[in-house]
Ligand binder design. Structure first.
Ligand SMILES: [Zn+2]
Ligand SMILES: [Zn+2]
Length: 343
């Protein structure tokens, strides 16, 4: 089968012919429908991410169909009510299944965990292995290629917004840095909360316009980010940083209200200087990483109910390198999804 492989940091992505994986134990083989291309993939390809094992098939935003399984997978498949050919979304935070985090439903936080496209082969391929059917969410009526971005771009901001809910009181000012795949979902989740003022800072002029069209109260290009706070009428009770560089973290820290929350989501490799000088008094800062299986089910349910909109740009799997170049240049409006079997 075809797979797009990264052999070493900084090396070009290579389309290779590799053996079809053979599921063992509880493993399920998924025939890939589509795999979203995430900014994190760019960081991995450049060697900017910790805890990555190479060589690897990239891709952590995967949808597909149940194709085959190992000899011990039947019980798990039954519990998930899955049969051969069923469309599924792959939950990528694969934990040990036994520690306190895993047992409390926070498997993505497991210290012994692994993820496709980070430590094991992911979805830039015609097929991929999933450790257990419990990591598959039935897609129902959501079209599989379209569904792929829900696994990360849809899920990660859902958790981040949910965790910020104590700060999202009526009248709260909310700042979003970065209006790419994740930021666009974040705005939709925030618009479901009553009486927020939401402002967006984004590099691309086209996405500034998109943010306003999608219901942001204010949006500005990143050359004058402090204007967002002016437009919102003051500093932010919550700042979501979907970029995560030194510069954007410092910007968020400077625009936070006393007691505010800085939610760091983008893995841009930056670090925050945090002390009494800044951010404002009694502020909070936390990272938010991916989401839980239950949160992914909720996102899929919202998508199935037609409550979410998102842009998908399908590209052939063989053009993964071109997809990375397009994403790096900031030309992608929504999410590129790599699709096997098309040219
Ligand atoms: Zn991602
Ligand atoms: Zn665990």
């Amino acid at each position: 089968m075809l797979a797009v492989r990264l052999q070493a940091p900084g090396k070009a992505l290579v389309l290779e012919n590799v053996p079809v994986p053979n599921p063992s134990g509880t493993q399920v083989l998924v025939r890939v429908a589509g795999c979203g291309v995430c900014h994190t993939d760019l960081h991995i390809a450049r060697g900017e991410m910790p805890r990555v094992v190479l060589p690897i098939t990239l891709g952590h935003e995967v949808s597909g169909w149940v194709d085959a399984w190992g000899p011990e997978a039947a019980a798990s498949l039954d519990a998930a009510r899955l049969r051969r050919g069923d469309p599924v979304l792959v939950f990528g935070g694969w934990g040990c299944g036994e520690c306190a985090d895993c047992r409390s439903g926070e498997e993505q936080r497991c210290a012994a965990g692994s993820s496709p496209g980070f430590q094991v082969d992911g979805g830039y391929a015609e097929r991929m292995l999933v450790p257990d059917a419990r990591h598959l969410v039935p897609l129902g009526a959501v079209e599989p290629v379209r569904a792929a971005p829900l696994a990360d771009a849809g899920l990660t901001p859902y958790r981040a917004v949910r965790r910020a809910s104590p700060w999202l009181r009526p009248g709260a000012r909310v700042l979003i840095i970065g209006f790419g795949g994740l930021g666009q979902f974040a705005l939709q989740y925030l618009r479901r909360v009553a009486d927020l003022r939401v402002g967006i800072s984004e590099v691309s002029q086209e996405k500034v316009a998109l943010a306003l069209a999608m219901g942001a109260d204010a949006a500005t290009d990143a050359t004058a980010p402090e204007r967002v706070a002016d437009d919102l009428g003051g500093p932010a009770e919550v700042a979501f940083d979907f970029v995560g560089t030194d510069a954007t973290l410092a910007l968020c820290a400077g625009l936070l209200a006393p007691g505010g929350l800085l939610m760091i989501v983008g893995e841009g490799g930056g670090a925050l200087r945090f002390g009494f000088a800044a951010p404002a008094a009694e502020s909070w800062a936390t990272t938010s990483a991916w989401g839980s299986m239950e949160e992914l089910r909720q996102v899929v349910a919202m998508a199935a109910a037609g409550a979410l909109t998102w842009d998908v740009e399908p590209m052939p799997l063989a053009q993964a390198a071109a997809a990375h170049a397009r994403l790096a240049s900031g030309q992608v409006r929504g999410r590129i999804v790599l699709v096997p079997g098309v040219n």
